[in-house]
Design a protein around this ligand. Structure first.
Ligand code: HEC
Length: 154
């Protein structure tokens, strides 16, 4: 009896906390682009489906990104990802910075680190086939071979 009651107390407490959490909204922003990357169409399609939700200002926020506490985690992830690489602000980076970010991309692709596993689980369409990964790696290499890597739409 007391066990049942404390279980109910716990359930009610968790429910109340979840409801209260909804009043602490996460800032799901998509600011305007400043010099968006303009890669070849095939590469752009791959980047869009596998990377842009986190590494651009064109995030397609899923419905669960509106539900705390998941919303807080997702917004934090996107903020961190945009800080590392933001394809919507590619043109605002110095050439040396672009080069560094391309080097990171090459490494992340070779190591199979990106897109993150959990994201792939939730977005099966974001998975990179070997051929997509190889094409991205080639594009990174060709970017590194040019003096001012990565063209932008500006
Ligand atoms: C679900 C969100 C998400 C997606 C999708 C995603 N990333 Fe990331 N990425 C992150 C986060 C968060 C970080 C920063 C923290 C870290 O390094 O794990 C990051 C960091 C990076 C870094 C720099 C740091 C490092 O670990 O090398 C590179 C490069 C990168 N991502 C490339 C990509 C590429 C390329 C894609 C698409 C194939 C991609 N990411 C897709 C979330 C994401």
């Amino acid at each position: 009896m007391t066990l049942a009651r404390s279980a109910w107390t716990a359930i009610v407490a968790v429910a109340a906390a979840l409801i209260a959490a909804q009043f602490v909204p996460a800032k799901r922003t998509n600011p305007p682009a400043q010099g968006a990357l303009a890669p070849p169409p095939g590469i752009e399609a791959t980047l869009r489906r596998a990377c842009y939700d986190c590494h651009s200002n064109e995030t397609r926020w899923p419905w669960y990104s509106r539900v705390a506490p998941i919303s807080w985690l997702i917004v934090r992830d996107v903020e961190m990802a945009r800080k590392e690489i933001n394809f919507s602000e590619w043109g605002s980076y110095y050439p040396a910075t672009r080069r560094r970010k391309l080097e990171w991309m090459g490494r992340a692709l070779r190591e199979g680190k990106m897109p993150p596993r959990l994201y792939e689980l939730m977005h099966p369409g974001a998975r990179l086939a070997d051929a997509d990964r190889a094409a991205l790696e080639r594009w990174v290499e060709s970017g590194l071979a040019t003096p001012s890597p990565g063209k932008t739409s500006e």
